[in-house]
Design a protein. Sequence first.
Length: 244
Amino acid sequence: MLGFQRLVSSEWIKLRKSSIWLLIFISPLLAAIMEVALIRSGETERKWVSIMSDMVLLHGFLFLPLLAGIFTAFICRYEHEHGGWKRLLALPVSRVSVYLAKFAMAAGLIAGTQLLFLVAIVIVGTVNGMPDIPWSTLLQSMCGGLVATLPLVALQLAVSVGWASFATPLAINVIATIPNILIVNSATYGPYYPWAQPLLAMMPVTHNNHGALNVSMETLLLVIVGGFAVFFLAGLTYFHRKEV
């Protein structure tokens, strides 16, 4: 039986042959360019909290939810083509290990995006002469965004496993991301909408009474942890029973 680590290595080899992994640079780069332009034009303050708020708004609102769908769809694309699932599952592998390896690869790409985004914030702030990097706030924001995106990764992986079309999972994710424009600022619906959580968990606050993440305990347990458990287990159960 092939081990989990070998399956992850196999997934990485497939990704290296494509350029999809380069998308981890897109959001940090665009957010940095946008923030430098805002600073130079005088439209934002030269403060760490201002820089974080501006850059997180673009990154957490749009790119993190979309990247969750793009990465998972691409990771499953190889198997959907030319009977790849049959060839993969004919090997001495368990379906649970295969599913976990694909989830780990997608989550790893999101983690890589978050790390590069952290570097982008630090570079923009340092270049513009801001001292005393707030590492604890930055790390909390990056980890919060990663954790809050995992339910979307789990959901999109389930959708990508179920649909052979590369475009269908992406279309569903885009349709679900667009309402963020209205929902993210809603005190009624924002705390319960999964696609709003990456932004809410990353946005810096001056007085954080929510503990490890910038969301309420109810949102953390019900929407993020609970949503992840439901989406991941549903996808794993479907994949375990899926005929190939």
